[in-house]
Design a protein around this ligand. Structure first.
Ligand SMILES: NC(=O)c1ccc[n+]([C@@H]2O[C@H](COP(=O)([O-])OP(=O)(O)OC[C@H]3O[C@@H](n4cnc5c(N)ncnc54)[C@H](OP(=O)(O)O)[C@@H]3O)[C@@H](O)[C@H]2O)c1
Length: 444
């Protein structure tokens, strides 16, 4: 195992606990014990918060020691794209099974991982399991590759980052008094947010996860530049108050979306039918953005550090999987399930299985989509009403404004009828002041 921190400690306790884990190997009904024989860490002197059985496990700081012939499977729980990536790829190239929780490596080194798995011989077939990499304890990876087999997925909407969901939940609950900065400090004090929170609050973590889900659901993976990504820094308590009072109790969530693109104004995003899926060229749109979620939508009820993924497909019009998106034991359990699959030979032979419905589809990735939008516009200096009137005139000229939600103290909030994101975004650049643009999810 590479890494013995929050997740690694949980994996060790589960697999090497009082009753050590056993795995059915599938050959002659053999049962084999799982033994974590080596752990590579940065510091040998560090006090660990779990007991290491020194008669069975040795500690090292040299990750190359994990590549010896007596080791069948490497569990990578160090994180990052440095040593973790080197070790993961080297293990696969040696024909080992690899289990990882590392979405960053999966996102940035997908091609290398695929090639390493494809190049391994049948006898020492490299396999990779990465259930823990998206939504920690929610078994979304295994579900996507098995439960939707043969179906055509139309959209995936997910709350895939516990830190930002914790922060937004607090902003939602604590009236209009709590600011983004104070809730970030609170999340950092509780250990939910890193000292450098960029990856979480700017949506980069969700972006990598949505790219992995896009790969599994559609067989294509957009690059960083193909995923419009807006984080939560600009969301204010006022936005929560407006959504609650003027949009029937709606709330705000950071939502990652993967959907077959619909850039026709006034059209609703519907899942593809199987017949649609069979046709050749399709457009796909992957986005990360703060989003207005109606109270009736299943994602509205996901609070605190919870994660959830809502999937629409041709045959299953609304499935939502919710649960712990992080944490020692939920994440470790996802790792351990993959270790058992590795032992019993049931990890898929290809790293990123392509869904049957879209085997032949040539995807075009687009960054534009249609939605109703919440637009909150704050003037630089809270000025006379005439200033918000001027801003409203600009918005109304460019877009079909459905309703003005709020117009007070230099803050204007409007809702559009279904419009193109590109038009909303380009208009916002012509109006002076601070603008928050959020798509509104459809009621379910
Ligand atoms: N925490 C969660 O709830 C969660 C949920 C889902 C996915 N994940 C993913 O799981 C992975 C691990 O997360 P974590 O929270 O367990 O991290 P963590 O607590 O920071 O632990 C990281 C471990 O990796 C070791 N390590 C780091 N760099 C190393 C290097 N260069 N050589 C050898 N060992 C090294 C550290 O060694 P020392 O202990 O000696 O410093 C530490 O034991 C990450 O990819 C993360 O994104 C975490």
């Amino acid at each position: 195992m590479l890494g013995a921190g929050t997740v690694g400690g949980g994996v060790y306790e589960i697999l090497m606990g009082k009753t050590p884990s056993k795995v059915e190997t599938g050959s002659d009904h053999n049962i084999r014990r799982v033994i974590i024989s080596k752990i590579c860490v940065q510091s040998l002197d560090k006090t660990r918060d779990f007991a290491i059985h020194t008669d069975q496990t040795t500690l090292t700081t040299d990750w190359k020691e994990l590549l010896t012939d007596d080791i069948d499977c490497v569990i990578e729980v160090a994180g990052g794209c440095g040593v973790a990536k080197d070790c993961l790829l080297a293990a696969l190239r040696r024909g080992k099974k690899v289990v990882t929780a590392n979405k960053a490596v999966l996102f940035e080194y997908r091609a290398e991982i695929e090639a390493a798995c494809a190049a391994s011989s049948n006898t020492t077939a490299a396999r990779i399991g990465y259930e823990a990499a998206v939504c920690g304890g929610i078994p979304i990876i295994n579900a996507l590759t098995t439960a939707w087999a043969g179906d055509a997925i139309g959209s995936i909407q997910g709350i895939c980052n516990g830190t930002t969901n914790f922060m937004l939940s607090h902003m939602q609950d604590d009236d209009a008094s709590v600011s983004y900065d104070s809730v970030l400090k609170q999340a950092q004090a509780l250990g939910y947010a890193e000292q450098d929170p960029t990856a979480d609050v700017d949506g980069h973590d969700v972006r990598a996860k949505m790219a992995i889900l896009a790969q599994l659901a559609y067989g294509t993976s957009p690059t960083v530049s193909q995923i419009p990504c807006t984080g939560i820094r600009n969301v204010t308590a006022v936005d929560f108050a407006i959504c609650r009072s003027s949009l029937q109790g709606s709330t705000i969530k950071l939502i990652g979306t993967v959907q077959t693109a619909n850039t026709t104004p006034n059209a609703t995003a519907v899942p593809l039918s199987m017949a649609d899926a069979a046709s050749a060229a399709k457009t796909l749109c992957v986005t990360v953005t703060p989003t207005v979620v109606p109270a009736s939508h299943p994602l509205a009820a996901v609070t605190g550090c919870g994660n959830a993924v809502a999937i629409q497909s041709a045959h299953l019009p609304g499935i939502t999987m919710a649960g712990p998106g992080a944490g020692r034991y939920p994440t470790a359990q996802s790792i351990c399930a993959d270790v058992h699959r590795a032992g019993s030979g049931t990890l898929p032979p290809v790293a990123f299985p392509r869904p049957r419905a879209y085997q032949a589809t040539q995807w075009t990735i687009v960054s534009d989509y249609t939605a109703r939008f919440y637009i909150r516009h704050t003037l630089e200096t809270p000025a006379a009403t005439s200033s918000t009137e001027a801003a409203l005139a600009i918005w109304s000229q460019a877009l079909p404004v459905e309703r003005v939600l709020y117009d007070q103290d230099g803050t204007l909030a409007i809702v559009t009828t279904p419009s193109l994101y590109s038009l909303v975004e380009s208009t916002s650049r012509t109006v002076a002041g601070n603008t928050l643009i959020m798509p509104i999810l459809q009621e379910t």
